[in-house]
Design a protein around this ligand. Structure first.
Ligand SMILES: Nc1ncnc2c1ncn2[C@@H]1O[C@H](COP(=O)(O)OP(=O)(O)OP(=O)(O)O)[C@@H](O)[C@H]1O
Ligand SMILES: CC(C)(CO)[C@@H](O)C(=O)[O-]
Ligand code: BAL
Length: 291
């Protein structure tokens, strides 16, 4: 496995494989890898001849009072995990390598970037869309893999690829969970033992809504209340947002695929913000009644 830190070496690695006409898959991450990331890597390896992973904690997607400094980092462990999973190259640039000059050019996905998480994290999706564009321009992969846990991010990235006529197919991978239902996340390691014990309530609340929806409940308020009332029993969890959306309003490509409604939750435990999403019955939202 190659460990690459410069864009020049990355381009050379890519061009060798491109000349050999080997399909290239790409998994962008911020490191502190866990089994959720590895599901993306395994899927990438199954679909492509060459798998490239990037590990870059991108400063431009963090707000001034967010956890950029506290974000977990463990490059040696990340490299070992990637090696064990048969990754061909890991690109782990420093900040100066990715941003040699202050940016004058950014990628802004209108509308999608300012709703939901974009409301709580102004500028976040501009940072994500811009760095993903830079990474996709460097690697020019055939396919790039993103987790459905970050559902809005996946929608934003799909839109960037579509609008900017990129050659890359964007592939969404289902959320990987811990045994107790908590979505695997790099930030989970920052939870205190008590917060970690409480955290599965997020998924339990979402499952209560899933069960109601499966029994035919179509009242958005009642479905969202199922989440709220489960989390109200956990004093260490502050529910930041709970939304039910027709997935097509977030992701125009879903309209074609006729995918279900999506329930999105953001919650804070101490200093850690976690997000999760589950799918509900396609009719969970009546026409035009987004929560
Ligand atoms: N549990 C998971 N299941 C599937 N994909 C995941 C999971 N966790 C992360 N991913 C995906 O891995 C990619 C890299 O994510 P990132 O490095 O930000 O990790 P993360 O665990 O989401 O971290 P964070 O603590 O920022 O939420 C993203 O496409 C993300 O959606
Ligand atoms: C897509 C990404 C690697 C861009 O920095 C990041 O937002 C992430 O890890 O989800
Ligand atoms: N996985 C999303 C990246 C972030 O929270 O900044």
């Amino acid at each position: 496995m190659q460990s690459i830190t410069t864009t020049l070496d990355l381009r050379q690695f890519v061009s060798r494989h491109r000349q050999a006409e080997r399909p290239i898959g790409f998994v962008p991450t911020m490191g502190a890898l866990h089994h959720g990331h590895m599901a993306l890597v395994d899927r990438c390896r199954a679909d492509n001849d060459v798998t490239i992973v990037s590990v870059f904690v991108n400063p431009t997607q963090f707000g001034p009072s967010e956890d950029f400094d506290a974000y977990p980092r463990d490059l040696e462990r990340d490299l070992a995990l990637c090696r064990a999973h048969g990754v061909d190259a890991v690109f782990h640039p420093g900040v100066e390598e990715m941003y040699p000059e202050p940016l004058l050019t950014v990628v802004e996905v209108a509308d999608l970037s300012t709703i939901l998480i974009g409301e709580q994290r102004p500028g976040h999706f501009r940072g994500v869309a811009t760095v993903v564009t830079k990474l996709l321009n460097l690697v020019e992969p055939d396919r790039a893999y993103f987790g459905e846990k970050d559902f809005q991010q996946l929608a934003v990235v799909r839109r960037v690829a579509l609008d900017l006529s990129m050659r890359t197919s964007i592939v969404g991978v289902p959320t990987v969970r811990e045994a107790d239902g908590l979505a695997a996340s790099s930030r989970n390691v920052r939870l205190t033992p008590d917060e970690r014990k409480a955290a599965p309530a997020i998924y339990e609340g979402m499952q209560a809504a899933v069960r109601l929806s499966a029994r035919g409940e179509r009242d958005t308020v009642l479905l969202l209340n199922a989440v709220r009332s489960r989390l109200a029993r956990e004093p260490s969890i502050a529910l930041l947002s709970c939304d039910l959306r027709d997935s097509a309003t977030l992701d125009p490509l879903d309209r074609v695929m006729n995918r279900p409604a999506v329930l999105l939750v953001t919650a804070r435990l101490g200093s850690v913000v976690l997000i999760d999403q589950v799918e509900l019955h396609p009719d969970a939202i009546r026409e035009g009644s987004a929560a």
